[in-house]
Design a protein around this ligand. Structure first.
Ligand SMILES: Cc1cc2nc3c(=O)[nH]c(=O)nc-3n(C[C@H](O)[C@H](O)[C@H](O)COP(=O)(O)OP(=O)(O)OC[C@H]3O[C@@H](n4cnc5c(N)ncnc54)[C@H](O)[C@@H]3O)c2cc1C
Length: 421
């Protein structure tokens, strides 16, 4: 049976990509009465959404491209003790994107980006609760604090600009120092460390399993999953007709492109150039740890998170430029382990597993969300950088509203697929 024969009342939508964004779109579209089919060549939740830090980082409205990056980046790139790495052979290919990216390292753009990210991520815990409610995925979702751990107070004060922006978006925090930090985090080695605790955040205790459980719910409600890559989106007279896979052309009423960092290729086939790069990131998992931590921690000295997960602690972070094809580097793993051991020398564990993945990074740090001009019925939702787990549910809900003809309550202009022209 052709996919389009299995319609429900409103029509049939193909969703390309079964990461957190695609699965969120599927759930919300299905709830709105659409028949949905998810396509993914790798499987459900097997790419970036598998290996992230699991933090619902609502307060992370400030992009990497803050005003100080021009001054800091060269020293960071040439030091193996810093969380920024480059595969130098990739630099010529990266250069055009990098030039655009670095143009945003100023206060005005940082504020503009924060204003665009806030509606997508600042209510993440509630967004995930609404997404997962009534599904088996609920068991992986945990409300929690989110704690930034600094070497000392002056390190925190050096980030005053970022914290002033978080404050403008309504985030409040408690300062943890001296005895209060030692009570909260007795495992920490350094006695003059300084903590910032934000409440009303959350964590996912197994991000890959969470996305799979959400997709299982979609399937249990009549949705479909097809494990194959989509090679093209078919347009006729400016309107979508379907998608092309190894099974040939399949007809659909709407097509949603939620393919993370791989989305640019299909966008290009539709005539739209989006400057999208991989910000490669790494995780290490410490299985059966002798003790765990009470909440996700952002270790400022290494810019990585330490998240308690089912049966393990996950260390996740690092930013490496090197494209989609190069093998993982060794240095990021060494850095993660060293910084963790420096902070928590008393925690031991039985086994380590390692992973590298690709954050989908637009050159202006804002995701692309919306219908594609010139390709009626095709919708994009990708480019969530470091906050795709946090912002996936809101993005999926927005997409389902637009597709279903409802008016979203936010201005979609900042996310326009055509803004890079
Ligand atoms: C180390 C690290 C730590 C992170 N920590 C956090 C965190 O703590 N909190 C947070 O919010 N975010 C975090 N992120 C970012 C977050 O993981 C991503 O932004 C998010 O997973 C992106 O989701 P996605 O659905 O857009 O992409 P993906 O999860 O990559 O899914 C895209 C899917 O599309 C499929 N696909 C691609 N091309 C095709 C095609 N042609 N046809 C069919 N399918 C296709 C792929 O196989 C893939 O499964 C982290 C990222 C990394 C790397």
């Amino acid at each position: 049976m052709m996919a389009s024969e299995a319609r429900s009342g409103k029509g049939h939508a193909a969703i390309i990509g079964a990461g957190i964004v695609g699965v969120s779109t599927a759930i919300w579209l299905q709830r709105a009465g659409w028949k949905v089919t998810l396509f993914d060549g790798k499987g459900i939740g097997e790419a970036t959404s598998f290996g992230n830090g699991g933090v619902l980082a609502s307060c992370a409205v400030v992009p990497v491209t803050g005003p100080g990056l021009w001054a800091k980046a060269p020293a960071m790139l040439f030091s193996s003790g810093q969380p920024l790495f480059m595969k130098w052979g990739y630099l010529p290919r990266l250069a055009p994107w990098l030039m655009k990216y670095m143009r945003h390292c100023n206060a005005a753009d940082t504020r503009r980006i924060a204003a665009a990210l806030a509606p997508i991520i600042s209510d993440s815990l509630a967004d995930h609760e609404a997404l997962a409610r009534g599904t088996v995925a609920e068991k992986y979702l945990h409300p929690s604090d989110y704690v930034y751990v600094y070497n000392d107070r002056s390190e925190f004060e050096s980030e005053a600009f970022s914290w002033s922006i978080r404050s403008e978006y309504g985030f409040q925090w408690d300062e943890l120092s001296g005895p209060s930090l030692r009570v909260y985090l007795p495992q920490l080695a350094k006695r003059d460390s300084f903590g910032i605790r934000l409440k009303n955040h959350g964590r996912i205790s197994d991000p890959g399993a969470y996305v799979k459980a959400l997709a299982e719910h979609v399937i249990s409600q009549g949705g479909e999953f097809v494990q194959t890559d989509v090679s093209d989106i078919e347009i006729s007279n400016g309107e979508v007709t379907g998608i092309v896979t190894t099974h040939g052309l399949q007809k659909f009423d709407k097509v949603v492109l939620n393919a993370g960092v791989w989305s640019a290729k299909l966008m290009k086939r539709l005539g739209i150039d989006v400057p999208l790069e991989s910000e490669r990131g790494y995780h290490m998992e410490l299985w059966d740890p002798s003790e765990t931590v009470p909440a996700p921690l952002m270790i400022s000295a290494g810019k990585f998170v330490v998240t308690p997960m089912d049966g393990r602690i996950r260390l996740a972070g690092i930013l490496e430029f090197g494209g989609l094809d190069a093998a993982p580097s060794e240095a990021p793993y060494r850095l993660l382990e060293k910084k963790f051991r420096d902070a928590f020398p008393k925690i031991s564990w039985k086994q380590t597993t390692r992973w590298m993945g690709h954050r989908p990074a637009t050159s202006d740090s804002i995701p692309v969300i919306g219908e594609l001009p010139g390709a009626k019925g095709v919708f994009a939702g990708f480019g969530h950088h470091h906050v795709g787990l946090t912002g996936g549910p809101a993005t999926g809900r927005l997409l389902s509203q637009i597709i279903d003809g409802a008016k979203p309550n936010i201005d979609l202009e900042p996310y326009s697929p055509l803004r890079f022209k």
